[in-house]
Design a protein around this ligand. Structure first.
Ligand code: C5P
Length: 238
């Protein structure tokens, strides 16, 4: 039943959401499509969908085992996972351990500087506006979430950072920064949603600092498929 193609509920840049035969669940299908710079740069990365599904499934499983509530139920197939249906909180929650990317550009600092403590940033998920940075107070003023939800998201994001930093350090990868999205279950409980993969994280090889993530695509560094495959290999512990 799960393999039967049904009408899409939603199609994003890297994933498609399909209905599931199980109540309260949906299927997430991971595409090979890659976009950067708000969709201005587009390409296909061969095998990315399968790799990201496997990485995200493993990471959600690991986080669940460590007490983080997520939407993840189980991996269904090479490119699909079963998740609880949520209403997405329209915020991108970015956690940074070192300077990189837009943070380094915005403040004119070099990449790779260790931050004194993990930094949380929020963007308003709105393609038409280009996902602008948003003050948490502005998100509250706009009614995007409640104060209790904001505090819960902050606490969860920092816990997730601690867990993922440790997980990747054991695999000789440094977690530089990453983006999270949260959703509300039918009963209002917040869970980690969307995906966690080399599309949504910066991972640097410890020692050499070699980039093992989507920056290889954004910056035309080559070896994109190989880097994603190598992250999967380490996640699988092979
Ligand atoms: O581009 P920036 O430096 O702000 O990205 C910070 C982190 O958040 C990176 O790991 C990037 O891959 C991730 N991100 C994302 N989706 C976005 C913006 C950033 O996954 N729309």
């Amino acid at each position: 039943m799960e393999e039967v193609r049904m009408e899409k509920l939603y199609e994003g840049k890297a994933k498609i959401i399909y209905p599931s035969s199980e109540a309260g669940m949906v299927r997430v299908y991971f595409k090979d499509d890659a976009t950067a710079f708000n969709g201005q740069k587009r390409a296909q990365i061969a095998g990315k969908g399968a790799v990201n599904n496997q990485i995200a499934s493993a990471l959600f499983g690991y986080l669940e085992e460590h007490g983080i509530p997520t939407h993840f139920v189980r991996q269904l197939s090479e490119r699909e996972m079963l998740v609880r249906q949520v209403q997405i909180v329209p915020l991108e929650v970015i956690v940074r351990n070192r300077t990189a990317g837009t943070f380094a550009r915005r403040y004119g600092v070099e990449e790779g500087r260790v931050l004194p403590k993990p930094l949380l940033e929020f963007s308003y998920k709105n393609d038409a506006l280009g996902d602008p940075l948003i003050y948490p107070e502005a998100a509250l003023a706009l009614g995007l979430l409640s104060e209790a939800e904001l505090e819960r998201i902050r606490a969860l994001a920092l816990q997730i950072n601690t867990l993922l930093k440790d997980y990747f350090a054991q695999r000789n990868l440094e977690l530089v920064d990453f983006k999270l999205e949260f959703g509300r279950l039918a009963d209002g409980r917040l869970v980690l949603a969307d995906e966690i993969s080399p599309d949504t994280m910066r991972l640097w090889e410890m020692g050499s600092g070699e980039k093992m993530d989507k920056d290889r695509f954004r910056r035309d560094l080559g070896g994109v498929e190989e880097a994603y495959q190598e992250v999967l290999r380490r996640v699988q512990g092979l």
